[in-house]
Design a binder for this molecule. Structure first.
Ligand code: PGA
Length: 244
């Protein structure tokens, strides 16, 4: 694992964007996986600016979103569809037909999960996976569990995730309780992973994930077994790393 620790949020966003830019310029046909959440917002803004300036070209790239809430429509302001389009995808030159996001309104969740995995497989898997980390150590919406879920699946969100994400909704009761997420197999088969974390709320999760035992109770800990992970963290999120 390589770890980059940044002094400021500006540096965090720029360094992350440099890594993504390098990936896209070395392979313009990159299939990338992309998360929602607060963490990558600055990265997406930076990539949008670079794309508008002609410094990065997404025209041949493909994007798979990692997850979607169940039961909220694509035009809901907290859906992954809305988030990904409005914060990132509609501002860059990616083709609409190269954007994939699970359908959280489906009547056939298991069929949707199967076809999402098949679609990822048909592209040869993910070349470059961008990940955030939940305060409880989740990646995508792979929540703490007794086993690592392999394939895309329906997940019941943990109370800790609902509490963490309540800030995006008017009322905590509005936070969906279920989501579709890609599974750990898709994550581990990605050729490269960029794990991003900033702020004090991620300090404990980062330490558990990167320095303690690999366990499905801390899903991000599986990344210890991945062969090509770059971590970008600010000083706060990295403050307990390498201390014991
Ligand atoms: P955040 O969420 O970026 O909003 O902190 C990360 C996550 O839950 O994976």
């Amino acid at each position: 694992m390589r770890i980059i620790i940044t002094d400021s949020i500006e540096e965090f966003n720029i360094k992350a964007a440099d890594i993504v830019s390098q990936q896209i310029s070395s392979n313009p046909r990159t299939v990338f996986g992309a998360p929602t959440g607060e963490t990558p917002l600055g990265l997406y803004r930076e990539l949008v600016d670079r794309c508008k300036a002609g410094a990065i070209d997404f025209s041949q790239a493909t994007c798979f979103s990692l997850d979607e809430y169940i039961g909220i429509s694509p035009d809901h302001s907290q859906s992954s569809h809305y988030y990904m389009h409005n914060n990132f995808l509609k501002h860059i030159n990616i083709s609409e037909e190269n954007i994939f996001i699970p359908n959280g309104m489906t009547q056939d969740i298991f069929g949707e999960c199967r076809s999402y995995d098949n679609m990822i497989d048909s592209y040869g898997g993910i070349d470059f996976l961008i990940l955030g980390i939940g305060q409880n150590g989740h990646i995508g919406f792979n929540e703490p569990a007794d086993t690592f879920p392999s394939s895309s699946h329906l997940v019941e969100l943990k109370e800790s995730t609902i509490n963490a994400n309540a800030r995006f909704f008017e009322n905590k009761l509005d936070v969906p309780r279920y989501a579709i997420t890609v599974g750990v197999k898709t994550i581990m088969q990605a050729k490269k992973v960029l794990l991003m974390a900033h702020g004090n709320s991620k300090t404990a999760a980062m330490q558990k994930a990167l320095e303690e035992d690999v366990t499905p109770q801390v899903p991000a800990s599986i990344l210890q077994y991945h062969h090509d992970v770059t971590i970008i963290a600010d000083k706060a999120a990295a403050s307990r790393l390498g201390k014991e």
